[in-house]
Ligand binder design. Structure first.
Ligand SMILES: [Zn+2]
Length: 192
């Protein structure tokens, strides 16, 4: 497998100091982050407010807060959860895991563990979503596989299995109404 795109879904920690003036960030200090593509990889740049204002900021930037990350929990006894699975899959850097990575990211966004900061177009034309971990300040770069609804359900099912739950496919699946089927329903069509 080619490794040319693997940097797209790495996790990026916040810098300890400003990229401009090199003054160390203080806990809970407001700062500005951006993602730049340089020499074949994505780099996260973090600036203090002063430098960000002085620099002129045409590029996509988001405002955030510097956080001294809490010490990691006791990984040995910790059960697999959506976050630990996401980190594991990201570290494996397999193209085949992209769909599951995306689903886990969405799950963590719903749980308010991750927050979306930006959307960019990756070098290969795919949609790159940039999430920030609210507790650690890390940046997660996630390729949006732009799944269709039926694919989405399939991948969700795979993720549930990976998390130790039971696959819905283990039992006969009931007919589920999807937003797609609503399109074919003349009763909902009120245009023209
Ligand atoms: Zn600065």
């Amino acid at each position: 497998m080619g490794r040319e795109n693997i940097e797209n879904w790495h996790v990026r920690k916040c810098a300890k100091a400003c990229d401009g003036c090199e003054v160390e960030f203080q806990h809970k200090q407001a700062l500005y982050s951006r993602l730049v593509f340089e020499e074949g990889e994505y780099l996260r740049k973090d600036f203090c407010e002063k430098c960000w204002k002085a620099e002129g900021h045409g590029l996509s930037t988001w405002k955030t807060v510097y956080i001294i990350p809490p010490p990691p929990a006791d990984e040995a006894v910790k059960k697999e959860n959506a976050e630990s699975l996401l980190r594991k899959l990201m570290a494996k850097e397999n193209e085949e895991d992209l769909n599951a990575i995306f689903i886990l990211t969405v799950m963590l966004e719903r749980k308010k563990i991750l927050v979306e900061r930006d959307i960019q177009q990756a070098e290969d034309g795919r949609k790159l979503r940039i999430y920030e971990h609210k507790k650690t300040g890390e940046t997660f770069l996630v390729i949006d596989p732009e799944l269709k609804l039926d694919e989405l359900e399939h991948v969700q099912d795979e993720v549930v299995v990976l998390l130790g739950g039971k696959s819905r496919n283990a039992e006969p699946e009931p007919e589920v109404e999807t937003p797609e089927s609503a399109e074919n329903n003349p009763a909902t069509s009120d245009s023209d």
